[in-house]
Design a protein around this ligand. Structure first.
Ligand SMILES: NC(=O)c1ccc[n+]([C@@H]2O[C@H](COP(=O)([O-])OP(=O)(O)OC[C@H]3O[C@@H](n4cnc5c(N)ncnc54)[C@H](O)[C@@H]3O)[C@@H](O)[C@H]2O)c1
Length: 328
């Protein structure tokens, strides 16, 4: 299939592009390089530099290419920033998607995969969190993904655009051969931040709150490997050919505490990695773990990485080979 990947120069998108190309698909990456990296784009993909907020860029993209499906990764991604710069998120994440959907429906594209998020679930009634949990975004970032899922329902109803919303929990790790990986600026994710201490780029790692109602008092999260996420995208693309839209929660199904992650990073890197306790951050939930039973039973998704040490090893492979990320 010919697949448009928006945000394909970013962390998760670049790993999905790798699998799409290995699977024999034709890939066009559309990215404004606001947060992405040219070096992350697979050489066999066609790269179009453009911005979803510029309708002319999108018109030119769709005039030059025909697509069987779209995988939409491009968005701003920081929960904290979305609360201080809400209009940046509402404008770019929502209006950018609208521009894309307008072109997609005008050109009769029938398959759409959305990068959605665990940030849809604030204060869940049950953990592990299944697709039946009430949607209750706890941030403007989460709200933009909620709106995206809602918009897609209308696109399906009106235009027959079949979609799959994949709600990732904490994406982590890197391609096992270490040639692509995570390079965000600023970095806000726990594993890369902790590994930066081992690289000597930070003095210590902060632990935000150690008095939560969890066994060691620190927050528990579900770390899902980026290659497993990539596999889920390929399965979802195939599955919606049957004409049914879907929504899935994607996690490894296991939760690890902040202290467990830091301890694993110490074991993998052999570095002492000093940790300091800090105040709780507003809005952090004690425990966020996905119930991914549905995608496993419906699509046969079988994540390969449920072992934290294996996950951290792939991340360390990338970071130790590229201490300055793609700048190397
Ligand atoms: N990283 C996670 O743990 C996580 C968890 C849940 C959901 N997600 C979602 O997954 C997607 C990818 O996340 P990521 O970590 O790879 O982020 P990323 O920042 O690495 O990648 C996003 C890419 O989109 C591009 N982009 C942003 N705005 C654009 C625009 N207006 N036009 C064209 N390109 C644009 C950026 O340049 C970047 O390459 C995002 O939609 C994010 O919300 C990520």
């Amino acid at each position: 299939m010919a697949i448009l990947v928006t945000g394909g120069a970013g962390y998760i998108g670049s790993h999905v592009v790798q699998l799409l190309i290995e699977g024999g698909h034709e890939v066009v990456v559309f990215d404004n390089l606001y947060a992405g990296h040219r070096a992350a784009i697979h050489k066999a993909a066609t790269f179009v530099q453009g911005d979803l907020m510029q309708p002319d860029d999108i018109d030119a993209l769709f005039a030059a290419h025909q697509f069987d499906g779209i995988m939409h990764f491009a968005s701003h991604i920081q929960v904290g920033e979305s609360m201080t710069r809400p209009f940046k998120y509402l404008r770019d994440n929502v209006a950018g998607l609208l521009n894309l959907l307008q072109a997609a429906t005008a050109h009769d594209v029938k398959r759409f995969i959305l990068s959605s998020t665990a940030a849809l679930f604030d204060d869940p009634a049950r953990v592990p969190i299944s697709e039946d949990e009430q949607l209750n975004p706890g941030s403007v970032y989460g709200e933009t993904k909620y709106m995206a899922e809602r918009l897609l329902r209308w696109m399906d109803e009106i235009y027959g655009l079949k979609y799959c919303a994949l709600r990732y929990f904490n994406a982590c790790g890197a391609h096992p051969d270490g040639h692509i990986g995570e390079d965000h600026d600023p970095e806000t994710h726990l594993i890369p931040l902790t590994l930066k201490v081992a690289l000597g780029q930070r003095d210590q790692i902060s632990v935000f709150g150690d008095d939560y109602d969890t066994p060691d008092g620190t927050c528990i999260r579900d770390y899902v490997h980026v290659m497993d996420l990539a596999q889920a995208h390929i399965l979802a693309l195939e599955a919606i050919r049957d004409g049914q839209s879907r929504r899935y929660n994607l996690g490894s199904g296991r939760g690890f505490s902040v202290l467990e992650v830091i301890e694993t990073c110490r074991a993998v890197t052999g570095h002492a990695i000093p940790a300091v306790m800090a105040e709780r951050r507003a809005g952090d939930l004690p425990r966020l773990v996905a119930d991914s039973t549905r995608i496993k039973s419906e699509l046969g998704w079988s994540p390969q990485y449920d072992d934290l040490e294996a996950i951290v090893r792939t991340a360390w492979q990338w970071h130790s080979q590229h201490p300055d990320g793609y700048a190397d």
